[in-house]
Ligand binder design. Sequence first.
Ligand SMILES: [Zn+2]
Length: 338
Amino acid sequence: MTEMTRVSTDIDYDKNGKQHGHLSVPNSRDNSGWGTLLMPITVIKNGEGPTLLLSGGNHGDEYEGPVALMKLIRALDPSEIKGKIIVIPGLNYPAFLAGKRLSPIDGKNMNRIFPGKYDGTISEVIAHYVYHYVLPQIDACYDLHSGGYSMFMVPSAMCHYLEDKDLMARHIEALKAFRAPMMLIAEELDVAGMLDTAVEEMGKVFIGTELGGGAILTPESVKVAETGIRNVLKHFGMMEGEPVTPTWRGQTEAKLYEIPDLGYFCQAKADGLYEPFYEIGDWVEEGAPVGQIHFPQSPEHDAMVVAPKKGGRIWCRRAPGMVEKGDAVAVLAIESEK
Ligand SMILES: [Zn+2]
């Protein structure tokens, strides 16, 4: 039996050509009795071939993905591809419109509520539709995240360590295909409810990105996103042409890294003002501090040094100066032989 959904759409997923449409999600509220959230979705299909989901705005303050996807759906002619791409530039659409990580309607983190709920809150209803109606169609998902308000990241693509060897091998190939300045296989801090996990558990390929951060765009990070998506379409045999490696801060190579365990994550151990000692992309020796926390209410106290357990390349660092105990301030990665 087909799973019930409260979402409807004017898109015909089987039709050839380019369709710009909406997912209609019930959103009854004080000032709109039968109000509906109309989430943009575009499907571009040309005959047989793989089906990819390209999504952005899973977190609403991460902008490279949505911008690259909006440019792609305007520019791409169906004749340029084989197969089908389903593009949702703003997956947590209310959060995307508000420029917030979480939905302003129900406070939910879209990437912690999969597989969603038929009778849940608006974010859960969206996740439930994507899980039951979009994911069964696809071969692979590229979910385009960035650092958001709280982090600066080396523009990167990433996947998780997976137990299934064949699925892991397909992930590594799909990861390398993106050609970001850093491509990571990572141990994740918290996987429950992620879109990543939902796709992986279906035995399909899931690649995420982290493309910039600080809730801003840069020309280079947008370029990495745009180039990466087209590289991926070429990798899956959906588009003609050779892959291109974008330049980032003078780096012209796309390299594979790993975050083998949580020892590469550094957290603030106190509230205060964080002073980073390194920029993203810099290398840190084992045992060396990556920054220190000052105490504005007790400036006479020595700053608290933050040192990761392991050395490596700084993949990301905290963006805002003020930190709370438990905030991530840096994550490091090491080069991979895979
Ligand atoms: Zn994100």
